[in-house]
Design a protein around this ligand. Sequence first.
Ligand SMILES: [Zn+2]
Length: 510
Amino acid sequence: MKVTPIIGLEVHVELRTQSKMFCSCSATHFHVEANTNTCPVCLGLPGALPVPNSTACEWCIKLGIALGCTPNLTSFFERKNYFYPDLAKGYQLTQFEKPFVVNGKLVIDGQEIRINRAHMEEDTGKSIHLTTSGQDLTLIDYNRCGVPLVEIVSEPDITSAQMAKNYLLKIQQIIRYLGISDADIEKGSMRCEPTINLKIETDDGQTVYTPLAEIKNVASLTGVQIAIDFELNRQLEEFKQTGETKSKTNKTTRGWDADKNQTFLQREKEGSSDYRYFPEPDIPYINFTQAEIDAIKASIPELPDQKIEKYKTVYGLSDYDAQTITADFSFANIYESIIIDYIYKNKVNDLTKIVGKSLKDLVGFTDSAKVKDFAKFTANLFLGAIKTHLNETGEDLDQSKINSQFFFDLFTAVSNSEISATVAKQVIIESYQTGEHPVEIAKSKGLIQVSDSGEIEKIATEVITNNPKAVEDYKKNPMSIGFLIGQLMKASRGSANPVIAKNILEKLLK
Ligand SMILES: [Zn+2]
């Protein structure tokens, strides 16, 4: 029996526009007194007229283009009819026939995941369930009702829970690069509903599919991965025990219980026809010219994959380092601002001419070894020292505490063997915290390396005189020189350049 998981993801992203999707109420709904950001439009009162938020429409197209989609020059909004208490008007405004963007793709773990569409819609209000004086109550907060929401629908091309998580991480990263949402799954500004089933090729040559299940209410990235794995196993077990297939049951909706780590049956799903979609009569068709689409395209910043490619080819970083630095947009930008300052300051080759230009323009300038050395040195400090410090303290990187000149001087000191790489990591953190110059910190702490052979030779002679036993050992086994180097470093209080120290010891012991 061969079992293949088939996973598709619907991802909802709340846009951080100032106002809501179809009215001028503030779109802020976290930590706001309930039902204060509402008006007749978002409460769905009779006669109220919706007016689309143009920024939200443009951001939806921008996101779609970043996901490789093609924009529809003409699109429109439709009513998706269903009743739920947190959706006061009895229908949601969304796009069905003609979404803003269609047919994109993302490459995840070397595999292409097709994106069917990204469309614009509005969020619902929030139901708050509580028990007071032994009575169950449901309160409704309409502050979130009408907040702009983009839905990104993938084709069922995802084949594992890990791939689903990586797909979400990539979408989250792109959204944060675009600056259109904080895309925080834990806070609910990004939500994900996986639809899952299994393709089963039985030993007697038949191919069957298990019933589709859509999982709701998964509120963390790790949760998505665990929920998908749980559901894949559950479906396989159910098939083995009952032989239940898609031909008998089409689709069910299952909830996710994060405490028990299991899915549970909620309801049999309505088909899309149950929603009786029809065009919203109060909003005209929305038309974009090609020039307008081109302008939106031009406003898209360098995206993670392009940045990774540049970091590897122009800055000479390893794939791992490039991936790690670009994982966070502002971290990458602060790192890169130092490299660009360095390029400007040193006018290395013609690089000054191409700063801020596209990757295509940069590729011709990859020969600069100096830029690569500095970029690698700075990457090591960012990933080895600064990131560790930030992880320990839980802080975000503060650009105001970063001084390019400090990195240049530290690089020069390390290149001249005045400061060791280990000391550089130590002093850059102290410098980050205090604002003092890292080389000055190294000087004041006696951490400047002595590369002066005369001085090291003096110490080496003392070490040899004081350690006759170790000298005997060395003559039998040259590998044991480590002990003598250690003694020399100790005598110099860590300031001797270890490479020079080793050379001098070897010379004296010949
Ligand atoms: Zn409103």
